[in-house]
Ligand binder design. Structure first.
Ligand SMILES: NC(=O)c1ccc[n+]([C@@H]2O[C@H](COP(=O)([O-])OP(=O)(O)OC[C@H]3O[C@@H](n4cnc5c(N)ncnc54)[C@H](OP(=O)(O)O)[C@@H]3O)[C@@H](O)[C@H]2O)c1
Length: 163
């Protein structure tokens, strides 16, 4: 599978979870973040600044997109017949019926059971969260501003309580 934005807040979890479930993971990232995607366990990493991803891989079963825009528009071309394109960033482009590719814009809903399972995986060291910064709860406004600013590396954490 191909993961766009594999170093990002969503992408670095997707990369590790897909690897944990046994997928062959190809991640895209900008040059400065390529190294981090290797560390998250990708089998292949494409520097999307210097390489057109379409020219660097064979068709894949699944594209998971966290970037949207141009990368998403170009993605149906690399999904093999019967495959899927899932974006959490934007609505996917129209795809012709002959391509036999299903495409969805997925919006996550909080799910306690899944969060508990994720926490267990983190506790066991199976997946590693990348933490960009930690803010105390009263600084939630600053934390939000940080979370939507360019150049974050991983998750922005709100600390509740003193520990
Ligand atoms: N639908 C949902 O339920 C849901 C849930 C959570 C988040 N989201 C959305 O998912 C997206 C990603 O969230 P996030 O928290 O992972 O953000 P993030 O930490 O900023 O990561 C996004 C990644 O996209 C890459 N990127 C940015 N511009 C790019 C470009 N022009 N070409 C290629 N790559 C580019 C960046 O990596 P490089 O610097 O390596 O390019 C960055 O690591 C956001 O749009 C967010 O709103 C949706």
């Amino acid at each position: 599978m191909l993961i766009h934005g594999a170093s990002g807040g969503v992408g670095h979890f997707a990369t590790q979870l897909a690897r944990w479930r046994g997928a062959h993971v190809i991640g895209t990232a900008s040059s400065a973040k390529v190294e981090s995607v290797w560390r998250f366990g990708a089998h292949e990493v494409i520097d999307h600044v210097n390489t057109r991803f379409e020219e660097a891989l064979d068709p894949v079963d699944l594209v998971f997109d966290t970037v949207g825009g141009e990368l998403l528009k170009r993605s149906p071309a690399v999904v093999r017949k019967g495959g899927r394109l899932v974006s959490v960033a934007n609505e996917p482009p129209e795809i012709s019926a002959e391509a036999k590719v299903s495409a969805v814009y997925f919006v996550v809903e909080p799910n306690r059971g899944q969060l508990v399972e994720l926490a267990r995986l983190v506790d066991r060291g199976e997946i590693r969260p990348a933490i960009d910064s930690v803010f105390p709860l009263p600084d939630a406004r600053a934390a939000f501003a940080r979370s939507i600013s360019p150049g974050t590396r991983g998750k922005v954490v709100l600390r509740v309580g003193d520990e």
